[in-house]
Design a protein around this ligand. Structure first.
Ligand SMILES: NC(=O)c1ccc[n+]([C@@H]2O[C@H](COP(=O)([O-])OP(=O)(O)OC[C@H]3O[C@@H](n4cnc5c(N)ncnc54)[C@H](O)[C@@H]3O)[C@@H](O)[C@H]2O)c1
Length: 459
């Protein structure tokens, strides 16, 4: 099949790469020239400097004859003549802190497509095209998109919903072996096209292939993300807090007790300083916004959102509140700039709020390190009198009075031994419990340790 992707970000690029690997002929259109050049470069380092996703560069290089990236709209015009399916992979960020989704990217892209739809096949509009919403969109967007096309006089284009459930860091693996594929459509013809497109999932016994209506698909996506967000907050804000409240309780023991109940899925039962990223927060906010518009109560959703913010604030405040620590004039190493391990996505990374907290506290130097996210982060926070970037963990923590672990990169586990062998006693703030096997040794060596899910370690 000939498949057009509008938007070549995390979702568009990964999904397009997997489509090409399935044998489809793929064109990816994006307005970001730099991204298009890198993703289309067939060069592993260039691709990874743009989107760091395990397996993405291999797929793009291996399937380069079937996948092309472009910023040239003329390419799109010709491709629409032969395309059977167009995937909309556009950003839908929150507008400020309103909960409302910014649909301007989606609407702009659709308005441009409508102009092409009207002219295709010598204006006969005879070929049938599916417009597939892969973006996470408000429940009723499908009606608005179909109406925009109907009003303009577009024929033979149908909108379906096919929300994306990939997990960043495992996006390719998830796209090749998804738990489920959800297709929301109103016509059997549309379900049939999607079945052909996803033949290998439709016929797979290990994939739940779910056919529902488009609004159920869109709402199901928002609710899936809300459920995960909710579960994380139950862990951070309740289980984590319990483990912080009492001595001689380990968070890991509590987790084992909870998760050995077969009714409790272990996913999400870990402690962290923050749940960041581009989806959970935004989608919970969007769900709340949409329910409020329908006059429904959203207190629980809103509390989950607040609990996440509270988690980061409480973690940082523990330095002053429990350890009586004064940050003024101190050198602080912040390890981890992406919102989680295995990705260079810095959207909603806790590192942003950590940086402003430290600057407000009057620290003299902040040394930042991340294995892959320095380019993305330093575009927003370039080096300055206070901020510098270190080439590795060791140099980042060298001379630091405080070490904050913000991302769960497994390479940061070495920090415990580095500190123990250094004859220094920095304050260690472990926002990921990465060093939990070393807390007692660090305390014995004279460090204070503040970890999510533990009381203060202080001799
Ligand atoms: N990232 C995830 O883990 C994930 C998972 C599931 C669903 N989603 C949803 O998928 C959608 C896309 O997310 P993403 O993470 O890929 O975002 P992204 O920001 O990484 O990618 C979006 C791309 O769209 C491009 N773009 C913007 N306007 C355009 C236009 N008019 N024409 C063509 N391209 C345009 C941008 O340049 C960007 O490259 C969002 O709705 C998101 O909520 C994301």
């Amino acid at each position: 099949m000939n498949i057009l992707y509008i938007g070549g970000g995390f979702v568009g690029a990964c999904s397009a790469a997997v489509s090409a690997d399935s044998g489809h002929n793929v064109l990816v259109y994006d307005i970001d020239k730099n991204k298009v050049e890198k993703l289309g470069s067939q060069d592993k380092a260039q691709i990874e400097s743009c989107i760091f996703e395990d397996g993405l560069s291999d797929l793009l290089i291996r399937n380069h004859e079937r996948i092309r990236f472009t910023t040239d709209y003329d390419d799109v015009v010709s491709f629409v003549e032969i395309a059977s399916t167009i995937f909309m992979c556009l950003p839908t960020p929150e507008i400020g802190e309103t909960g409302e989704s910014d649909l301007s990217f989606y609407n702009d892209a659709l308005a441009k497509l409508i102009n092409i739809f009207l002219k295709r096949n010598g204006e006969a509009q005879s070929s049938y095209i599916l417009l597939v919403n892969k973006s996470t969109v408000p429940v009723e967007l499908i009606d608005a998109a179909q109406e925009m096309m109907d009003v303009a006089g577009v024929n033979n284009v149908s909108v379906v919903s096919n929300p994306e459930f990939l997990v960043e860091g495992k996006a390719i693996e998830n796209s090749i072996h998804p738990d489920r594929v959800v297709v929301g459509a109103l016509k059997q013809q549309d379900f049939d096209i999607m079945r052909e497109l996803y033949q290998r999932f439709y016929t797979s016994s290990s994939v739940s292939y779910l056919e529902v209506n488009p609004k159920e698909a869109a709402a199901g996506k928002l609710l899936s993300n809300y459920y995960m967000f909710h579960k994380l907050m139950a862990c951070f804000d309740v289980a984590g807090r319990t483990a912080e409240a009492f001595s001689d309780i380990s968070f890991e023991s509590l987790r084992t007790i909870i998760t050995t109940d077969k009714r409790v899925n272990p996913w999400g039962l870990y402690d962290s300083l923050y749940a960041g990223g581009s989806c959970l927060i935004k989608d919970a906010r969007s769900l709340s916004f949409q329910l409020q518009k329908q006059g429904k109560s959203t207190e629980l959703i809103d509390e989950v959102y607040k609990a996440n913010k509270r988690q980061l604030r409480l973690f940082l405040e523990r330095a002053e509140a429990e350890a009586m620590y004064d940050f003024t004039g101190k050198t602080v190493a912040v390890l981890g700039l992406s919102f989680k391990q295995d990705t260079n996505d810095v959207r909603n990374s806790p590192a942003f709020d950590i940086l402003s907290f430290l600057q407000d506290k009057g620290v003299s130097a902040i040394k930042l390190y991340d294995p892959v996210s320095v380019p993305a982060f330093s575009r927003i926070h370039p080096s300055s009198d206070v901020i510098s970037y270190a080439p590795n963990e060791k140099e980042a923590i060298d001379g630091a009075d405080v070490i904050i672990i913000a991302t769960d990169w497994s390479s940061f586990r070495v920090v415990g031994d580095l500190v123990l062998s250094s004859n220094t006693t920095p304050l260690i703030m472990d926002g990921r419990r990465l060093l939990q096997h070393k807390y007692t040794a660090l305390e014995e060596a004279g460090c204070m340790v503040i970890a999510v899910g533990s009381p203060l370690y202080k001799k």
